[in-house]
Design a protein around this ligand. Structure first.
Ligand SMILES: Cc1cc2nc3c(=O)[nH]c(=O)nc-3n(C[C@H](O)[C@H](O)[C@H](O)COP(=O)(O)OP(=O)(O)OC[C@H]3O[C@@H](n4cnc5c(N)ncnc54)[C@H](O)[C@@H]3O)c2cc1C
Length: 362
């Protein structure tokens, strides 16, 4: 097959976000990937430009797709920063959905504007709702709040001054969701293992020992009711990471072919990747309209599409690597970085095996 293929123009995304990506993220992508550099400055700029506030200030049906679009623009160049964006976006989503008006007033704008950075320790609770794991944090009611202990193996987009959302279980079985300050007494962050990618995401193991959570940091006193309201948005937002990565790979393949002699397209061509990205973007828009539907059927629809996003990201990255050939087999090559990043879409909660387990249950 020859290379005479009309290549579609690249979706440019919001201008301000795109220029932060090219000025503040693109130049440090290798540092993020190879040295585990956490791009705090770029994240704050993205926050100021509105990247984390689309779904906080607009209705979910328009806000979620806008947040996905910004995350895709970021992930097109760096999925590590795209994942930090998701962590921040997920926290915004919980705060915006919280009935604790005091907490919302105090934190939502600061988190949505990137002034306060933070993440979410909800993988374990999401797996526990699927019966895959036991809930890791235990709490007890004390005067003015709760005392919480336990260990979360990974929480990203945090650091000593950041915050994260967590869920703990009381002795009567009730589950409570709250914000935790990483610098609160009894909270310890440690970083012992090295990941194959995503090292620059500020990911730590978090240990809580008798940590006091005041009532005014509680996001929801009734997690059983709260989770069905936020779980679709939690998963839908992740589309931005996978779709952006796939688009970035396609763009890179086009650039490489333009300079290669006798280049041949592979079975999965850049235009096919871009077409699938567009289809799944349209699916995300449709699913966002029904993101308030708390039924299991609606959630399974989102999981089905999320599986397709993970598969597209991983197959696009593989196609990019096959096209790059030996130049992509070098440590530090772009196509290898994209493959390592893409695999994260398959293991991030809900992981491929988590989704397939849920879909098999029906
Ligand atoms: C770099 C990095 C950053 C992360 N950041 C965060 C974060 O910010 N917040 C957070 O909460 N989490 C975070 N995580 C965790 C992440 O979201 C996932 O929960 C984790 O990667 C999933 O791995 P797992 O193997 O534990 O679980 P899963 O892959 O989800 O598997 C769960 C379980 O499914 C069962 N299972 C189902 N089907 C099969 C099958 N076919 N074969 C075998 N077992 C099956 C097994 O019991 C397995 O233990 C991070 C992880 C990494 C690597």
């Amino acid at each position: 097959m020859s290379v005479a293929v009309a290549v579609r123009p690249v979706n440019d995304g919001p201008k301000e976000i795109r220029s932060i990506v090219s000025d503040a993220i693109d130049p440090i992508v290798r540092k993020i990937d190879r040295e585990g550099h956490y791009p705090e400055g770029a994240l704050r700029e993205l926050g100021e430009a509105g990247a984390f506030s689309r779904h906080a200030v607009q209705s979910p049906s328009t806000g979620l797709p806008a947040a996905v679009a910004d995350m895709a623009t970021i992930s097109e160049v760096c999925m590590s920063t795209g994942f930090c964006t998701w962590c921040q976006d997920a926290l915004v989503w919980y705060l915006a959905s919280s009935e604790n008006t005091g907490l919302r007033k105090r934190l939502l704008d600061r988190v949505a504007g990137g002034e306060q950075l933070g993440g979410t320790g909800l993988s374990n609770p999401m797996k526990s709702f699927s019966g895959i794991e036991k809930l890791a944090l235990r709490g007890e009611k004390v005067s003015g709040g709760y005392q919480v202990s336990g260990r979360l193996p990974w929480v990203s987009n945090i650091g000593p001054n950041n915050i994260f959302a967590a869920i703990f279980e009381l002795s009567d079985g009730r589950r409570v969701m709250s914000v935790v300050n990483a610098n609160a007494s009894g909270v310890k962050l440690s970083h012992s293992s090295e990941f194959i990618a995503l090292e620059g995401t500020g990911t730590y193991t978090v240990l809580l020992k008798d940590t006091f959570i005041p009532n005014d940091e509680v996001i929801s006193e009734d997690v059983a009711e709260f989770i069905p309201k936020i779980r679709q948005g939690f998963v839908l937002l992740q589309f931005g990471m996978g779709l952006g990565l796939a688009r970035g790979v396609a763009n890179n393949m086009v650039k490489q072919v333009a300079t290669a002699r006798n280049a041949q397209w592979l079975p999965l061509t850049p235009n096919m990747i871009l077409d699938r990205v567009s289809e799944l973007e349209a699916t995300a828009v449709q699913l966002a309209v029904s993101s308030g539907d708390t039924s299991r059927g609606a959630f399974l629809d989102v999981l089905r599409a999320r599986l397709k996003v993970a598969e597209l990201a991983m197959s696009a990255a593989q196609s990019g690597a096959l096209q790059a050939g030996a130049s992509g087999y070098m440590i530090g090559s772009e196509s290898n970085r994209r493959q390592r990043e893409a695999l994260f879409m398959g293991i991030l909660t809900p992981s491929v095996k988590h989704i397939t387990t849920e879909l098999a249950r029906g």
